[in-house]
Write a protein that binds this ligand. Structure first.
Ligand code: DON
Length: 304
């Protein structure tokens, strides 16, 4: 399959359409980003790669970091992790509080904000220098030694992170946060601020398409059966209350972030990252979804 030819065509087709939706405004640093950015990169397991548009420009990965923090927490805590966070799709917005009250502080899954805050707490408990060790973990996965947090973005989110503060306080009240609220929030905001380009993100996520083996160093980062589980969580929970729609239209496990990026994988084939900052009303990139829908339709390959 020549993925490059199909990708170039859908990139040009979707690129010609006017941008719908809006850039995320609730984090002031994100509001400054141009809605016209549009880039995509695909990395295939056979080593072929293709980039179009603003694929090498960095942005903050936001909720995409939730998959990487889940990966690290699963490595460290093993199956005990599932006592603290579930694996069911929430069907609610990414930052919703509503289910936590009846679920007694156990978030539905690790890819909503509530779940990622619990995962952050697990990491803080298991790492000696959480921020330094976590960024080193991502650098090793990505094969990029200078990958970093964007302090401006982290601080910007801290200034208006009322909802995340409400979530972590509520969860702590139920006894499912062991560290200090301020430390958990600071760590979580930093994870969201990590900067990558589409090229770097697709390369980093390629491990989920090749049975948990990192393409940078050929190491088994996570066992095959646990790779399956993380992919299943991306498929069912990666797009919040639009997870069904994403499966219906695109048919790939993936994850979105409010910076306007979507990363998705086709096991044994490829990892793809597309960036277009204008979001639909569910907080997912409008053109990102459109491009991926047209791409899996054009190639005739998806999970289904
Ligand atoms: O916590 C937040 O609200 C953001 N830092 C991340 C949210 C996000 O990316 C949701 N994705 N669609």
């Amino acid at each position: 399959m020549n993925y490059g030819i199909h990708l170039e065509k859908v990139f040009n087709d979707v690129g010609r359409e006017p941008s719908k939706g809006e850039v995320a405004k609730y984090i002031p640093e994100l509001a400054k980003i141009s809605g016209d950015k549009f880039g995509v990169h695909i990395s295939c397991v056979d080593g072929s790669k293709h980039s179009f548009g603003n694929a090498s420009e960095k942005f903050s990965i936001q909720s995409i970091s939730k998959v990487l923090s889940l990966l690290r927490a699963y490595q460290l805590a093993g199956e005990k992790l599932w006592n603290r966070v579930g694996v069911e799709p929430s069907g609610t917005a990414f930052n919703s509080l509503v289910q936590l009250e009846t679920d007694l502080g156990i978030p539905r899954n690790p890819l909503i904000n509530a779940g990622a805050l619990v995962v952050s707490d697990v990491l803080i408990s298991n790492l000696e220098n959480p921020k330094q060790e976590f960024i080193q973990f991502v650098r090793d996965l990505a094969g990029i030694p200078n990958l970093n947090y964007n302090e401006k973005v982290a601080q910007s989110e801290a200034l208006c992170g009322y909802r995340n503060a409400a979530l972590v306080n509520l969860i702590k009240d139920f006894g499912n946060i062991n560290n200090e609220v301020e430390e958990v929030l600071d760590f979580y905001f930093h994870l969201c601020s990590i900067e990558m380009s589409c090229v770097e993100m697709a390369e980093t996520f390629l491990l989920f398409a090749q049975d948990g083996i990192c393409p940078m160093n050929d190491k088994q980062v996570i066992k095959l059966e646990n790779t399956k589980r993380i992919n299943a969580i991306m498929q069912t929970c990666g797009f919040y209350d639009e997870a069904g729609e994403f499966a219906f239209k695109v048919g790939l496990p993936g994850k979105s972030g409010v910076g306007g990026v979507i990363v998705a994988i086709l096991p044994d084939q490829y990892s793809i990252a597309v960036w277009s900052p204008c979001l639909n009303e569910k907080g997912n990139s409008y053109k990102g979804m459109k491009l991926l829908e047209e791409f899996t339709t054009a190639t005739g390959y998806s999970l289904f």
